[in-house]
Design a protein around this ligand. Structure first.
Ligand code: M6R
Length: 589
């Protein structure tokens, strides 16, 4: 959460480049944004509430600067709490990503020393800590090192000094990448490579407990002992991936439609590698699938798929709860992380626990070179292409496809898995046509004023009912809840009133029980929406899904839910790509 950018050069005005880079990091948080540049040894600051892409910025002079897009953690969404934050002398500016867990005690001791705080943020202590050190003649580099060692939690921060015109960045737990454009003597810095990939493909990754000092050339240091370190310049291969909306009104809609191709791209993996990982899974003593939010629902789905196809028990754990299971971890245990971003803090923390226990780690991610790929023994890329909308769609179905393929590989049926998934991909391609979207839009028009939607599914469709609820809630802000069909009579059915929309996710086998559930809620007045390959008289509204293999039906069932969520959000007047209070990448706990 929060996006950081920096720019150093010796001729061009920094602000347009900083704005352009920050726009590409908006997915990391969009409560407010700010920039600081240097001119005539003075700091020039601009801070505003809202998204950098929708607000006009005041001009700032100077060729060196840093910027930040905020997802508020400490302190409300106000201009005063917006980064950059400065010290009392107005010579040091700081932007930060993460949470400083011990900020209160540090802040109290700085206040005792006479420092004046303007914001409620944890970040502001960084500027004052550095100010305090510089007052006693410490170098900026040594002060950043000291400050980095003092703060607890997963953090990355960048400091700009008005007099020395240096940028110093420190990383411990949150990503920072440096881009170099040698011919024009430009240096870029960001929390995500996407920020500057259109300007240079020559990059250097900062690792944990390292810092980089940017002035003419970037110099890298080990933050533990201050020793200089050499970094490899990596050339990012291939074309810069486009993440434009094209003819679509929203990224979410575009990404839903991208699923015409992404399921095929996801399963386009090296057979030998799939078989190698399948062997690791088959030989492991204990397998944990971990993830957060939608990715956790994919892990839950994987639990069912491995049970059905490979006759194998895997444990699915929400990453933030993983700590409670750490006593089961052995060196022979396998932990498989599912994550679009590869940067989710709760997942990374769980993986660190697994690493300490000597367990093997595999990650299934969409963003290459992410923190999760670095910590993993083996990493799969899901090849879904950039996913920008906060609500995950194409990454989800790609993760589901790849976990399904792995389950088939574990059962020694890789070819069958390929066949079943290729068949699904073709049917999804046919399904995503304008007529289908219109039919779902019509349903959204019928139910968009409701304040409660229930979703039921059984077996493989149960995790899909939970994911459906996440999707509907995050985009439309309608309360939605998913249930196992069999659980209805144990409580949730009490929520059904005249006209309550109940979405029934129907599989392609053993459909009887879930249809009975549909009839039960209908007799209590529910407006029953059937997502199924065949119509049924219990349905008030039928959304047809293709007749696919039983294992892949849940993936197909999720697609109309994604479209429904999108249209509900639109009809309720929301910014569906950037729902309130959320961020694409959750890098704080
Ligand atoms: O990047 P990750 O897949 O690790 O993100 C995990 C969740 O934060 C994410 O899936 C979240 O639940 C989405 N907003 C769901 O659409």
């Amino acid at each position: 959460m929060c996006g950081i950018v920096g720019y150093w050069n010796n001729q061009k005005n920094a602000l347009p480049i900083l704005i352009d880079s920050l726009k590409k990091l908006e997915y990391r948080g969009y409560d407010s944004f700010g920039f600081v540049t240097i001119s005539d040894s003075k700091l020039y600051v601009e801070r505003q509430i809202g998204k950098v892409s929708s607000v006009k910025c005041r001009d700032l002079p100077g060729i060196v600067g840093i910027g930040h897009t905020r997802w508020a953690t400490h302190g409300k969404v106000t201009e005063t709490n917006t980064h950059p934050h400065r010290d009392c002398t107005n010579t040091i500016a700081v932007v930060h990503n993460g949470i400083i867990e011990n900020f209160q005690e540090i802040k109290s001791s700085l206040i005792e020393k006479g420092h004046r705080f303007l914001s409620e943020t944890d970040t502001e202590i960084l500027a004052h800590l550095i100010e305090e050190d510089l007052k006693f003649g410490m170098s900026l580099k040594n002060s950043v090192m000291k400050t980095g060692s003092l703060i607890k939690g997963r953090n990355a921060f960048v400091v700009l000094h008005a007099l020395t015109k240096e940028i110093i960045a420190f990383r411990n737990g949150s990503p920072l990448i440096i881009g170099i454009k040698k011919d024009s003597n430009e240096i870029f810095l960001a929390s995500d490579i996407q920020a500057f990939l259109d300007k240079t493909k020559e990059v250097m990754y900062l690792d944990d407990e390292e810092l980089v000092l940017i002035k003419e050339n970037p110099e890298f240091y080990d933050a533990k002992n201050g020793e200089k370190i050499e970094k490899r310049l990596i050339s990012i291969a291939g074309e810069v991936e486009e993440s434009q909306k094209g003819d679509y009104s929203h990224f979410m809609l575009k990404e839903i439609m991208d699923q015409k191709e992404t399921i095929i791209s996801a399963i386009n993996q090296d057979d030998l590698e799939i078989m190698h990982v399948a062997k690791e899974i088959n030989e492991a003593k204990g397998i944990f699938f971990i993830g957060c939010g939608t990715a956790a629902r994919v892990c839950h789905f994987a639990e069912y798929v491995f049970s059905h196809i490979a006759n194998k028990h895997i444990n699915f754990i929400t990453a933030s709860e993983f700590e409670n299971y750490k006593h089961f971890l052995l060196p022979e245990t396998l932990v498989i992380a599912i994550s679009q971003s590869g940067e989710t803090a709760d997942v990374l923390e769980a993986l660190e626990v697994a690493k300490q226990k000597g367990s093997k780690i595999i990650s299934v991610v969409n963003v290459s070179n992410s923190s999760m790929t670095k910590i993993s023994d083996y990493s799969f890329l899901i090849n879904a292409g950039v996913e920008k909308a906060v609500a995950s769609t194409k990454a989800t179905t790609s993760q589901m496809a790849i976990t399904t393929l792995l389950a088939y590989a574990c059962a020694g049926k890789l070819r069958e898995g390929d066949r079943v998934l290729v068949d699904l991909a073709g049917k999804v391609n046919d399904m995503l046509n304008p007529r289908y979207s219109e039919h779902i839009k019509k349903l959204a028009q019928i139910i968009h004023k409701k304040e409660n939607i229930l979703i039921i599914g059984r077996g493989l469709n149960y995790p899909i009912s939970l994911e459906s609820a996440i999707k509907i809630m995050e985009v439309s802000y309608i309360h939605a809840q998913g249930f196992a069909g069999g659980e209805l009579k144990h409580g949730p059915i009490a929520l059904v009133e005249e006209g309550t929309p109940v979405i029934v996710l129907v599989g392609n086998e053993n459909t009887g029980e879930v249809i009975n559930n549909a009839i039960e809620v209908k007799s209590r007045g529910a407006y029953v929406i059937g997502i199924a390959s065949k119509n049924n008289q219990a349905f008030d509204y039928w959304i047809k899904t293709p007749n696919t293999d039983e294992i892949t039906t849940p993936i197909a069932n999720l697609i109309p839910i994604q479209l429904l969520s999108f249209y509900l959000g639109i009809l309720r007047g929301h910014d569906v790509d950037y729902p309130r209070s959320l961020a694409k990448s959750v890098t704080v706990k």
